[in-house]
Design a protein around this ligand. Structure first.
Ligand SMILES: Nc1ncnc2c1ncn2[C@@H]1O[C@H](COP(=O)(O)OP(=O)(O)OP(=O)(O)O)[C@@H](O)[C@H]1O
Length: 291
């Protein structure tokens, strides 16, 4: 059973700056929920609270019966919350297989001694994890490169390996921090397909921070929009895309004038709308003009 993730009144302050101001949203079980907003809106701060890296000043984050704001990162991981990072955090010298095996760490029961002595029980367990790693690698499209050092792979593949490693934790909630940043159009579409396949095949919940609006509009079931630490909109992709507050936040201009910022996010190649997807809404960057 996948529980809801319920964020309520979440506030985070950094020396006088309120990075999150009483933010709330609920991630429905098995859904893809996008958290979007211009630069500095508070998205990463929110991820860092959910994964136990930052402490909240007030508010709560409940995942089933657990209150995540009271827990440390490894305790949150043990509940089945896995995350990927904006900047790839793989061990470049280790093979893809070994990077993925690191993702299995929390599921490994054999102690250090049993593993070191290569006891039969530890060998059997290692074989079981190895088989699951191979399965996940196949599913995520990195099965062919299991023995290649991660650092030698092209960027798009390394992003996939990061996602595969998070899946190796057998998560119930997956936090994806800008999974397509820096990718070209084809890679972006493939990653979007993979995220949808994860939702369909594994039924887990996915919370996604992403600047690529075409992708968000295509794959998200629900969208929460932050601006200057406040939640300014929430709804389906179509609803938030036409919300005047959202347009104002991204463009800093007259709301509801129908204008869309044509710039691609992050200076990355323009992905273009995915097949059959609605036109991208406002791009991820805050307009220079301010609010
Ligand atoms: N560790 C920190 N110390 C001080 N201020 C911080 C810290 N982390 C974030 N901030 C500030 O909190 C605000 C929200 O930042 P955050 O990184 O969460 O935004 P974001 O929406 O993820 O932006 P981006 O899209 O650029 O990644 C910003 O003003 C940022 O400067």
């Amino acid at each position: 059973m996948i529980p809801e993730l319920v964020v309520e009144d979440l506030t985070v302050r950094f020396a006088g700056l309120t990075a999150l101001d009483a933010v709330g949203f609920t991630v429905a079980p098995g859904s893809v929920h996008a958290l979007i907003g211009p630069n500095g809106a508070g998205k990463s701060t929110c991820f860092n609270v959910l994964s136990g890296v930052y402490r909240a000043a007030s508010g709560s984050v409940r995942f089933g019966d657990a209150e995540l704001t009271a827990l440390r990162p490894h305790q949150i991981a043990a509940l089945g919350v896995a995350r990927t990072f904006q900047n790839i955090a793989l061990s470049p010298r280790l093979s893809v297989r070994d990077n993925l095996m690191l993702g299995r760490h929390r599921l490994t029961k054999a102690g250090f001694l049993a593993a070191g002595l290569r006891l039969p029980s530890a060998r059997r367990e290692a074989a079981r994890h190895g088989a699951r790693v191979a399965e996940i690698a196949e599913f995520t499209g990195v099965g062919e490169v299991l023995d290649v050092p991660a650092g030698l792979l092209p960027y798009g593949m390394r992003k996939r390996v990061e996602l595969a490693r998070a899946l190796c934790m057998e998560p119930r909630l997956l936090l994806l921090d800008e999974p397509v940043a820096g990718m070209n159009g084809g890679e972006r579409r493939e990653m979007a397909e993979l995220i949808l396949a994860i939702r369909e095949s594994l039924g887990i919940s996915i919370l996604l921070v992403e600047h690529d609006m075409a992708m968000v509009m295509r794959i998200a079931d629900a969208v929460t929009v932050l601006d200057f630490g406040r939640r300014i909109a929430h709804g389906t992709p179509a609803e938030v895309q036409r919300d005047p507050e959202v347009i104002r936040a991204y463009l800093g201009g007259a709301a509801g004038d129908g204008a869309h910022d044509p710039r691609p996010a992050d200076g990355a190649p323009e992905p273009g709308p995915a097949d059959g997807a609605p036109e991208p809404g406002p791009a991820g960057q805050r307009a220079e003009a301010g609010r």
